[in-house]
Every structure is written in C-alpha cells, then in structure tokens.
Design a protein. Structure first.
Length: 419
C-alpha cells in the first residue's frame, strides 16, 4: 500500500496511491461504487495507466456499529491519520447519546480546520435564480470552533445552574432573561483558529488567481468573537501578506487621510498588480448580496455556523446540495477527508435514483488536492456534457426542459461514456 506523506510542507503522492474510504450509510452504498468507477476510469485515461488508486475501505456509522459495536472505530481514525487523504459517503448520526456527530468528530479529532465548499453552476441545471452563471465561490468555513465546539449545558441540569451562577456571581451578567429555564452554550473563537483559516483562504486565492477574499461575520452584534474574527483576519492579511493583498482597512485609512479618489486609485493599482482584495460583510447582508450581486464574491472566509448556512444557500442557488462537493482539510499536516455534503436519505436508499454528483465532485476535489488535476478536469468536463444534454438523475432531470432521468448506476455509466 502506497501512502501520501508530507515532506517540506508539501504532499508527496505516489503513482499508485492508497485511499481509505467510508462507504457511508443509506444511499452511500449506491453512490460510492459509482464514483469510484468513474474516478478509476478518469485516472486511467488521464495518465495512460501510469497512475492508479487502491481503495481501502474503513468503517464508520451504521455499518461500523453493526460490525464492531462502535460508531467510529479507532482503526478508522488510525487509517486516516496514517494515509492522510480519504473520502467518505454520508453517515448516520447516533440517536440518544454517544457521539454528537460523526462528521464533527472526524473534523475535530484530525483537526481538519478548513471546510472547503466550492460552489459553481453547470449549464443545463435549473436554478431558482436568473443568472446562476455568476455564482462561482469558494467557501472556507472554520471547522473546529464556534458553537460546533459542543460546549453547552441543558436547561434544568445542575451544570446549567452552576454555569448561570458563575455568570451572575462572578461575571456580573444580568442579561439572562429566564435563567431558571435557560440552556447555555459557549462560543469559542480564537486568534489562532481565525488566522489559520484566513491564511488558507488567502493562499488559495493567490494560488488560483482569484480576485478577493470576503470575511463574513456577525461582528456588529458579537463584537469579541465574530468581531474578533474580522479584526484578526484583516491583521493577518496586512502583516503576513503585505504586498500581496489590499484590504478595505487600508482603503478606509487612505480615504480618511487623503480622500476618496486616492483610496480608489490605490485599490485600482492593487488590482492591476494582481493583489487579492480583502473585504468583509455582515452575515445577513452577505446572504442577501449573494442573491443580488453574486459576482462580487469569490473566496469566502467565515466562522463555523455562518459557513453552514452560507454553503447550503449557495448550493441551492446552483441546483441543490446534490451537486455540492465538500472537503475537510488541515493544510499544515496534510490530512484531508472529502465527503458527500448531503445526508443518508434513507427514504430513497436502494432505489437507484440518488444523485452521486456531490460525492463525485468531492472526488474531483480530492484529485486536485493530490495534484492529479487532469483526471479531475476530465470528470468535470464529462459532467458538463451530460448536464448540457439534459442527462442527470431524476432530482435534476425533472426540472430540465430536455431532461432525461437516469438511474444512479446508469448516470455513472453515461459519465464514463463522456470521459
């Protein structure tokens, strides 16, 4: 088995690489083999048989619980630690105790601090907005902090009462309106967590020659957490990326000292030099703006909860979560898990109608991460041709004027034909 490893801060990928995968629950059993078949063929075509993937199944979710009595066996975590790069289908979240969320557990255990969700439109896919072709964004969602840290206490428990007593007696908090019936949660947002997320977003924008990074936050209300995210993000851009970025902080300073025309001239010069513009937007305004002026946004850096909302709205704008890929990455250690962004969909499992494109496009992201961009581009091109011809699974085809609904397996075979 050939492993990916890090050397001098870069991934080293063997020509025959072992990729651990979690099949997934529900529809996972249908989409995973279809995606692997397509990826295998794309790699073969792109590299003339000189490169290949050896798929190594590891267990998590319902399948793991049935076979081992554990929802997330340590052997699975060990495989992801050892092989660095893996991929997973959707997982059932245990009900009634145990792990809150298997997805969150994987992200936090491996410190996969970036949730990367690229969103783009494919010609032929019906969208609820007039000009979906203007939507081309890359969301960097912080993955380990914010309310997803899971620090909360349920109403009526001794812990909740103790926490409120601390707030009242030690911290002088008087703003809890109904303390006896309140649950409490803590929202940690750190300088380090913010900086590594924003750093990754800026580096991505520079590498892919994208025009801007927008810090999306609710700092007008949560001044020290989300407001801190905004402030620390700007500080990082202005110190670590001086000469490579131009921030709206700098624009405002020039405007105040020299006037608006000078500020506009400075921004125009920065754009001409290929510098990345760093700006920010309040989260609720951003959600509105994505509908009205999506072309204004390219790379998005945001906190955990905002990123959850933003990525799903943007996916809906280009046809739905069924074609929304996702990755969870630690750019420092090299660890990355690519995933279907939808759920297990038990109501359609086993019916050969589920759309495999979320996992397939996540596979494309994985190929790009490995440096195998040619194979990824073949798959993207094939999807573009299929959708343009009205060929898709029923969730998309039913809205296409020339739609031809195909089963999951049949759609996979058609994509291979287009390869």
């Amino acid at each position: 088995m050939s492993k990916v490893y890090m050397q001098d801060g870069r991934l080293v990928v063997p020509d025959c690489v072992t990729i651990p995968f979690i099949e997934g629950d529900g529809v996972g059993a249908e989409i995973t083999p279809v995606c692997q078949k397509i990826v295998n063929r794309a790699v073969e075509l792109a590299y003339g048989g000189k490169r290949s993937i050896e798929w190594m199944e590891v267990l998590a979710g319902g399948k793991a619980f049935e076979k081992t009595g554990e929802w997330l066996p340590e052997a699975t975590m060990d495989a992801f630690r050892e092989y660095l790069v893996g991929i997973k289908g959707p997982l059932t979240t245990p009900v009634g105790g145990g792990i809150r969320s298997l997805n969150v557990a994987l992200r936090q255990t491996l410190d996969l601090y970036v949730c990367l969700r690229p969103v783009r439109w494919f010609k032929g896919v019906v969208s609820p907005i007039k000009e979906p072709q203007k939507v081309d964004m890359h969301i960097f969602r912080e993955n380990t902090e914010d309310i997803y840290a899971g620090i909360e206490w349920e109403q009526g428990t001794p812990e909740a009462k103790k926490f409120y007593a601390f707030l009242r007696d030690e911290m002088g908090v008087t703003k809890v309106r109904f303390p006896e019936t309140s649950s409490f949660g803590v929202k940690p947002v750190s300088v380090e967590g913010t900086q590594r997320l924003v750093r990754a977003a800026i580096l991505y924008a520079l590498e892919h020659k994208l025009p801007s990074v927008t810090l999306v936050h609710k700092g007008n209300i949560m001044k020290f957490t989300e407001g801190g995210f905004k402030r620390w993000g700007y500080e990082l851009a202005e110190t670590e990326f001086a000469g490579k970025t131009f921030t709206m902080n700098q624009y405002d300073k020039i405007k105040k000292e020299l006037g608006e025309e000078s500020a506009k001239a400075a921004m125009a010069e920065a754009i001409n030099k290929g510098q990345v513009i760093i700006k920010d937007c309040i989260a609720d305004a951003f959600l509105q703006n994505t509908l009205l002026i999506p072309e204004e946004y390219s790379v998005i850096a945001t906190l955990n909860l905002n990123g959850d909302y933003v990525s799903d709205q943007l996916a809906a704008m280009v046809g739905g979560i069924g074609i929304a890929p996702g990755a969870n990455i630690n750019y420092l250690s090299g660890h990355a898990i690519f995933e279907a962004t939808h759920g297990t969909a038990p109501n359609i499992a086993g019916k050969n109608i589920v759309n495999p494109c979320s996992l397939l496009l996540s596979s494309v992201m994985m190929l790009e991460y490995l440096g195998w961009k040619e194979a990824g581009q073949l798959i993207t091109n094939a999807l573009e041709q299929a959708f343009a011809a009205g060929e898709a699974t029923n969730d998309l085809a039913r809205f296409m004027p020339n739609g031809n609904a195909l089963g999951t397996a049949e759609f996979g075979d058609r994509v291979i034909d287009y390869l």
